[in-house]
Write a protein that binds this ligand. Structure first.
Ligand SMILES: [Zn+2]
Ligand SMILES: [Zn+2]
Length: 363
């Protein structure tokens, strides 16, 4: 037994490094030494004290990568030393969704980092069956992006893409950027991504995407590309009331809208347009295990390093969270064993404090 440092949610607006007991594992569980763990939009709700389930004290963190240091019982084909990420869903197995192959929308859906101790710590214990092996060649910290990348994969896989030519991604935060990368990798000829913030658009450009400023410029570009019809598919990844309105403007008749972001409260949607254009709209909440497997394959072909704006040590988790909250960072990673691994300078990709920039989605 010993202790370890963990990022603890200790009550509304309190996220602090704290010494806690090193987790002990029993049969079916593994101990993972954390390499990196990212902040997610949902962590904002937790720390604000507004998440419906997360209760203090709690070690947050569900976007993680690390190395297995201990396995108890069945190894599920894994071995000590393997680099892994975690499929963080905890499902009931008996509800309608679970018994119909859609446990990602389990009625009792729980996650590590929300309902059970998460991975923003030196170590985490997780069921061995929830771990996925990462390729040795994957760069440090990139494994922590497999969770948001799986969100994007799931969103893009919600509908068949055959024949779709013009796609629009609203919001260039991590989820929007990853969704655009996935849609582009799937061969949609025109994938536009928009945001209200110039620095986010610049990052999109660096990633090899096609950024367009939100508003009239985007509408014009979509009409130009689609013979004045509108976009075949719109991925809503901003979670802002303005994008809830814009998505029905941009979609063509019989077009598709996929909502990947989590709105903090109900937003106004133009149902007249949904009706007039016979638009189909789909929700996309999180992911299935197969989406993680696809994400891990895709990751090796994507410039994901650029999405990571900051790496900070666990000791500075309060400051790291503040930085994340300002919206001046893109993906902020906590890297427990690299005390001075900061990377403030490489990418200063901000999300805006207002407008529809990149509220990251939430489970
Ligand atoms: Zn997340
Ligand atoms: Zn269930």
């Amino acid at each position: 037994m010993g202790t370890m440092l963990a990022a603890r949610y200790l009550g509304p607006n309190r996220i602090e490094p704290e010494e806690v007991e090193l987790p002990e594992i029993t049969d079916g569980w593994s101990l993972v030494e954390i390499e990196a763990c990212g902040f997610c939009g949902s962590d904002i709700n937790i720390v604000a004290g507004t998440h419906p389930r997360a209760k203090a004290p709690l070690t947050i963190g569900h976007e993680l990568s690390g190395n297995i240091v201990k396995i108890a019982g069945d190894a599920h084909g894994l071995a000590i030393g393997d680099s892994v990420t975690c499929f963080p869903l905890i499902t009931c197995g008996v509800c309608y969704a679970c018994t119909h192959g859609n446990s990602q929308v389990c009625r009792q859906l729980k996650l590590y980092g929300f309902d059970a101790e998460g991975g923003m710590a030196q170590f985490v214990k997780l069921p061995t069956g929830s771990l996925l092996k990462l390729p040795k060649e994957m760069g440090a910290g990139i494994g922590a992006l497999m969770e948001p990348l799986a969100v994007a994969v799931h969103g893009v896989n919600r509908v068949p893409l055959e024949g779709l030519e013009v796609a629009v991604v609203l919001g260039a935060g991590p989820i929007g950027l990853l969704t655009a990368l996935v849609a582009q990798s799937r061969g949609i000829p025109h994938v536009l991504i928009s945001d209200v913030q110039a620095s986010r658009l610049e990052l999109a450009r660096e990633l090899g995407l096609t950024p367009v400023a939100a508003g009239q410029a985007l509408r014009d570009r979509v009409m130009e590309l689609s013979n004045n019809n509108g976009a075949d598919i719109v991925y809503e990844c901003a979670g802002h009331p303005s994008t809830a309105k814009e998505m029905t403007v941009l979609a063509r008749s019989r077009g598709i809208i996929i909502n990947l972001s989590v709105f903090k409260k109900p937003a106004e949607v133009d149902l007249q347009q949904i009706n007039f254009k016979e638009i189909e709209m789909f929700g996309s909440r999180c992911y299935e295990r197969k989406d993680f497997e696809t994400a891990i394959e895709l990751a090796m072909k994507m410039p994901l390093e650029k999405i990571i704006s900051d790496r900070m040590p666990l000791e500075e988790v309060s400051d790291a969270f503040k930085l994340f909250l300002t919206g001046e960072a893109c993906k902020v990673l906590i890297v427990p064993h690299i005390k001075d691994a900061r990377k403030h300078d490489a990418n200063k990709n901000g999300a805006s404090k207002n407008g529809h920039a990149a509220v990251e989605r939430v489970q």
